[in-house]
Design a protein around this ligand. Structure first.
Ligand code: GLP
Length: 259
């Protein structure tokens, strides 16, 4: 796992976006795994800037998103499909038909999840998977206690995640946050060829510590990334604050990025 410690989230977002921009320039048919939440928004803005100013094109890129709330229509303002349309897809030249988000209204959720897994496999797998991290160390909606080999399935949100997401996205109203979601599994995520995880702010410091320096455990599902051969973690200073080897990671990653 490569940990890139930046002074600010702006700097971290630019670096992370440059990995995606470079990949799309090199291979216009790149397959992306995308994430929602407040964390990747600056990175998505930077990707959109590269489309406007550097002529990067997403016309042939295909994407699969990590997760979606059960019961929310794609038009619902808090749905992850709506979030992606507003925060990224409208700002770049991607063909919406090439973008995939799990259907939170699927009548047969298990069949929806199995079909999603098949679509990703048929596309040749995810080239770059973008991730945020929950304050309890979850990736996608894989909460503490989820098997590290889990596949896309219906999952259940913990009260702390309901609280976090209400604060950020549901006007603070916990009663409105769905308690179930469809989510790619930890095993599904770890099959991506490259992983780019973003973590900003002091409320992510414990999760980052667990992910990077804790044991591999289903109680911090992001720790499964320790087993991945090409996982990059972009943090700001606050999110990296509890890492024992913070300065070493910063030096090592800066050296590798400069190569
Ligand atoms: C949700 C999403 C995750 C995201 C997390 C953190 O739980 N399912 O993919 O990483 O929120 O969100 P934020 O970036 O807003 O802190």
């Amino acid at each position: 796992m490569e940990v890139v410690v930046c002074k600010t989230k702006e700097e971290a977002s630019k670096l992370a976006a440059s990995i995606i921009t470079k990949a799309v320039k090199a291979n216009p048919k790149t397959v992306l795994g995308l994430a929602t939440g407040s964390t990747p928004v600056l990175m998505y803005d930077e990707m959109a800037r590269a489309v406007r100013e550097e002529g990067v094109s997403y016309r042939e890129v295909r994407s699969w998103n990590l997760d979606e709330y059960v019961g929310l229509a794609p038009t619902h303002e808090q749905s992850y499909r709506y979030f992606m349309n507003e925060n990224l897809f409208k700002k770049i030249d991607i063909d919406l038909a090439n973008t995939h988000v799990l259907n939170g209204l699927a009548e047969d959720p298990a069949a929806e999840c199995a079909a999603y897994e098949k679509q990703i496999k048929d596309a040749g797998g995810i080239d770059i998977q973008v991730l945020g991290i929950g304050s309890d160390g979850h990736i996608a909606f894989n909460e503490p206690g989820t098997s590290l080999s889990s596949r896309t399935s219906v999952v259940y949100l913990t009260p702390s995640t309901v609280k976090d997401n209400a604060r950020l996205f549901f006007g603070g109203n916990e009663a409105e946050v769905p308690t179930r979601a469809l989510s790619m599994g930890v095993g599904t995520i770890c099959e991506a060829k490259k992983i780019v995880l973003l973590a900003f702010g002091a409320n992510k410091a414990d999760a980052v510590k667990g992910m990077v320096e804790g044991g591999i455990s289903q109680f911090c599902t992001a720790s499964a990334l320790q087993m991945h051969g090409d996982a990059w973690v972009f943090c700001d200073e606050a999110a990296a604050a509890k890492l024992a080897l913070k300065d070493y990671y910063a030096w090592r990653s800066a050296t590798k990025l400069a190569l």
